[in-house]
Design a protein around this ligand. Structure first.
Ligand SMILES: [Zn+2]
Length: 295
């Protein structure tokens, strides 16, 4: 169980078999892809974003759309990619926030549009009402906290708690035609902050979905990386097609054909951003060992 719990908060790896040979060009391309996530603007996939207004996080230009990497991770990820693994394991596991309490602060002059602060506070309250996770506003003496910004560059966040990071990145900044401030989207980003990754990246996703690489727009292939089961577990909760952390069927599709195709019947809409599922809540509760979560 410890392995699984640790796993959820480490950026994982694409499955290690079969080993493939990669050229220097492949490795350089992968490094560029990762480094570009530090500078990409939300409009990298502007045309795709316009077709998917419910998923601004998907087109925010970061790793898998909205995951902010630590610079320390990139060399390690590239080295593993170059070694021929279909895998990228992030060094330095992150952990749960101490005392299951996420410490946060609105950055000065951010979230000043009407309703923005309220929307974030409501999402926090919702999580507190469904789980044992708490949110505490940072005191001046706090050094490790989520620095909440609202730059107009999409929705994105760091994953998990890493003490050496100092301020953790969290941004909700709507761009024209998209809205980061809907509740399931805010909870999606807060789940990253708590240590969760995307559902479609789960190590056993191939048992549940087929990824159609031929339909993925060029440059987004690595956004479909799978996470290594030694680093990522599902805490005994079955794959959740309708999780607020699942991407939709047409994610990064270049031709309106599905990139993610379910292999089983779904109760609900894959990639929906209307509500948080019971499985989402259960995974948060189990990850934090909340009372009753394992009964
Ligand atoms: Zn995300």
């Amino acid at each position: 169980m410890i392995r699984l719990v640790l796993g959820l908060c480490a950026i994982g790896a694409v499955v290690a078999t079969p080993v493939v040979t990669r050229s220097k060009e492949d490795v350089d391309r992968y490094r560029d892809f990762l480094l570009n996530t530090f500078t990409n603007k939300a409009d990298k996939f502007k045309n795709l974003a316009a077709q998917s207004p419910d998923h601004p996080e998907m087109y925010s230009g970061k790793y898998q759309g909205d995951i902010v990497l630590d610079k320390e991770d990139v060399d390690d990820m590239v080295a593993q990619y170059a070694s021929g693994r279909n895998a990228v394991i992030f060094p330095g596991l992150s952990t749960q926030w101490p005392d299951n309490t996420v410490v946060w602060a609105f950055a000065d002059t951010h979230y000043e549009e009407p309703g923005q602060k309220e929307a974030v506070l409501e999402a926090m309250k919702l999580i507190e009402s469904k789980t044992c996770v708490k949110f505490r506003q940072a005191e001046p003496s706090d050094r490790f906290f989520v620095n909440m910004t609202s730059y107009p560059s999409g929705c994105y966040a760091h994953v998990g708690y890493r003490v050496w990071r100092g301020p953790h990145i969290f941004n909700l900044g709507s761009t024209p035609g998209s809205d980061c401030f809907r509740q399931p989207t805010i909870v999606h980003e807060l789940m990253h902050i708590m240590g969760f990754f995307h559902m479609h990246a789960t190590y056993d996703r191939d048992n549940y979905v087929r990824v159609n690489y031929e339909n993925i727009v060029s440059g987004a292939e690595s956004d479909f990386d799978k996470l290594n089961e030694y680093l990522v577990g599902n805490l005994g909760v079955e794959y959740d097609y309708v999780s607020c952390l699942h991407y939709p069927a047409l994610a990064w599709s270049k031709n309106f054909e599905p990139t993610i195709e379910p292999l089983r019947e779904i109760d609900g809409v894959m990639g929906q951003r209307e509500y948080i599922t019971e499985k989402d809540w259960l995974r948060i509760n189990r990850y934090h060992n909340c009372p009753g979560a394992w009964e």
